[in-house]
Structures are given as structure tokens and as C-alpha cells.
Design a protein around this ligand. Structure first.
Ligand code: COA
Length: 332
């Protein structure tokens, strides 16, 4: 197997943590607020319930819990962290970055901390960026957080979105390694996707104001059919691209970890790249789509299945449109 980055220093994941809030939103809860049914939702999405963060808390609170979980499980000292990249589209506030808020809550005074907004592809984008920082040898210990409090932007009465989304946070710790842990990554985007998946309100174009408290642009909106088709195509192509340029056959991949958007999307990607169903990791049934958190949370919740040395293919798709795939050797 050829690694195209073999001449550079390497980065590897050395710890992982996660957090989901206690609050549950089941399909039966949704039956009470809109014209839907548990049967329809399970059949069309594979989702049974989602976790919902309580009001008064925000994305940074979940991220801090996930980081504390990581430090406890892997005996990591938070004081060693040089940089924190937070993939989120639901920052606590517009300024400062949620990464700064997290650093403050963790007592880190001099850390390089910034946010990355690439919607549901955010974790993969941030992972690639974090690995690159480690590979430069300027940063040794880099935290990559994927966290979203998307329920704050879901219209509870909109059955085309309320069935899909939930809250959560996942985090991984990157550090230098003799062997390549993060082996390859391929990221792309196409701004033509804007009208099909967006939250238009709350930015500088449509700022929230006292005159528009009920502006419906504050909610996530999507054209589900367009997004579905693009997601399958883009994730499949990204995976195939990674396999080809690393001269790998799909049988050499131990685990596919796809963005958890809809079980039918996951199944369609698996079929398209021809991976055995039992090699695809999921947690969508009880988490829904947690935006930037899906991939680290899915690994975290399936961690007992993954062995040291396993080859993982991660793939994501989201607003932008943005998408990508990453290839990992699991080192812990
Ligand atoms: N409950 C019950 N019925 C529903 C429904 C719901 N929540 N949503 C739609 N329907 C109905 C429609 O009215 C339609 O009825 P009709 O045939 O009588 O006209 C039928 O079910 C099919 O609707 P459709 O919109 O074609 O459903 P779908 O199979 O495309 O599923 C989504 C809708 C949203 C679940 C699906 O398109 C999807 O998951 N898309 C991707 C979204 C996504 O992943 N976004 C985030 C990407 S990061």
C-alpha cells in the first residue's frame, strides 16, 4: 500500500471522547407536533430518537463534556493541548469563536483556538487541517472537536427536518506518530448547494433584530430529495477517489464511518462503493444527524469493534455543498 504523504512527519489519533445530552426526542414525540408517524420515520430514515440539549446550554457545553470524557478515558492532560479546532455551524455566539469559549471553560490561556464551519463535513475538514498542523511539527497536541446544538435551529413543526436532527459532540486528540494515522484526505465543496440546505438568518445578510423575532430564516431548511441524491453521489465518489489514489481495494478497509444523515443514504453509499454491510458503523437510530459530531460520535460509540491497526474510511456531506473522505489507520 502506497502512502502519498510518506515523506512527511505523521499525525495519528491517540484519544477519542464524546457526549450526548440526556434529553430525548422520540418519533412518538414528533407525532404530537406534526403529521408524521414512527413507522414512516423509521422506514424512510432509520431514526428512532435524537438527543436534545436543554435550553440555556450551548455547543461549547457539550464540547467541554466530550473533551473531559476523552481526558478521563485516555489519561490525557488538557494542559498539553497546543491547538483546538472546533467544527460547528451552531456556535454559542457569533463572536468570539466557540473554540475560544471552550478553551476558557477548560482553563487554557494560551492555546491556538478557532472554529471551522463546513456544516456536516466540518469534522473531516478540521481533521485534515489538524493533521496538517501536526505534520508541520509546529503543533504537537491538537484537539479536533465536532459539536452542534442544531436543535436550536430546527423548526419543531417542520416534518421535513425535525425528524432528522439531534445534538451532540465528539472529539479526537491528534499527535505526532512514527506511522501515518491520518493517511489521506480528500475535501471538496460546491457553493451551488446553498439554496438546497441552509440556515439563512442570524448572519450579516439577515441579522436577527427586534423587528423580526419570528423570521423563519432562523430555521434550517432543505430540499431533502436534492440533498439525498448529492450526498450519496459525493460521498461515494470521495471514497472511490481515496481508494484509487492509495491503491487500495475496498476489502482492505475494515470500517466505513459515514456521516449519519439518513440510514438510506448510508446504505446507498455502502452499496455504491461495494463494502460489506457489517463493515459500516452507524449510531443514527438513537442519535439522528448531529451535524459535525456524527463521525467522532459514531466511532466513539462503536469503539469496542475497532482494533488497533484497522483501516477506517470516513466520509461526510453537508451544506455548502461540502463533502470529503479521509483514510485512517487506527492507532489506539
Ligand atoms: N412524515 C410522514 N410523511 C412524510 C414526511 C414525514 N416526516 N415527510 C414527507 N412525507 C410524505 C410526503 O408528503 C410524501 O407524500 P406523498 O407521496 O403523498 O406526496 C411522501 O412522504 C414522500 O415524501 P418525500 O419528501 O419524497 O420523502 P423522502 O423519501 O425524500 O424523505 C427526507 C424525506 C427528508 C427524509 C429525505 O429526503 C432525506 O433524508 N433527505 C436528505 C436530507 C439530509 O440528509 N439532510 C442533511 C444532509 S447533511
Amino acid at each position: 500500500m502506497q502512502n502519498i504523504y510518506s515523506s512527511r512527519p505523521h499525525a495519528a489519533i491517540t484519544a477519542i471522547g464524546g457526549y450526548v445530552p440526556q434529553g430525548r426526542r422520540t418519533n412518538f414525540d414528533l407525532e404530537q407536533v406534526c403529521d408524521t408517524s414512527d413507522e414512516w420515520i423509521v422506514k424512510r430514515t432509520g431514526i428512532k430518537e435524537r438527543r436534545i440539549l436543554e435550553q440555556g446550554l450551548a455547543t461549547s457545553d457539550m464540547a467541554v463534556m466530550a473533551i473531559q470524557d476523552l481526558c478521563t478515558r485516555y489519561a490525557k492532560d488538557i494542559a498539553d493541548v497546543d491547538a483546538i479546532i472546533v467544527a460547528t455551524s451552531t456556535p454559542d455566539v457569533l463572536m468570539p469563536a466557540t473554540a475560544n469559549i471552550i478553551a476558557r471553560k477548560l482553563g487554557l490561556k494560551n492555546v491556538w483556538a478557532f472554529d471551522m464551519n463546513a456544516a456536516c463535513s466540518g469534522f473531516l475538514y478540521a481533521l485534515d487541517m489538524g493533521a496538517s498542523l501536526v505534520e508541520t511539527e509546529r503543533y504537537k497536541n491538537v484537539l479536533i472537536v465536532g459539536a452542534d446544538n442544531i436543535s436550536a435551529f430546527v423548526d419543531i413543526h417542520d416534518r421535513s427536518t425535525n425528524i432528522l436532527f439531534g445534538d451532540g459532540a465528539g472529539v479526537i486528540w491528534l499527535e505526532p506518530s512514527a506511522e501515518a494515522g491520518v493517511m489521506d484526505a480528500f475535501m471538496q465543496s460546491n457553493g451551488d448547494g446553498r439554496e438546497f440546505l441552509n440556515i439563512e438568518g442570524g448572519g450579516s445578510l439577515y441579522p436577527t433584530s427586534q423587528e423580526t423575532p419570528d423570521d423563519e430564516r432562523r430555521y434550517l431548511r432543505q430540499d431533502g430529495k436534492v440533498v439525498f441524491k448529492q450526498a450519496v453521489q459525493s460521498m461515494s465518489n470521495a471514497c472511490k477517489h481515496i481508494l484509487d489514489r492509495n491503491q487500495l481495494g475496498i476489502e482492505q478497509v475494515n470500517w466505513l464511518v459515514p456521516h449519519q444523515a439518513n440510514k438510506r443514504i448510508i446504505d446507498a453509499v455502502g452499496k455504491e462503493i461495494n463494502i460489506q454491510e457489517e463493515k459500516t458503523l452507524t449510531n443514527i437510530a438513537y442519535r439522528g444527524n448531529t451535524i459535525a459530531a456524527t463521525i467522532p460520535l459514531c466511532i466513539w460509540e462503536n469503539i469496542k469493534l475497532i482494533q488497533k491497526g484497522d483501516l477506517l474510511m470516513l466520509t461526510a456531506f453537508g451544506a455548502g455543498f461540502s463533502w470529503g473522505a479521509s483514510l485512517l489507520r487506527w492507532m489506539i
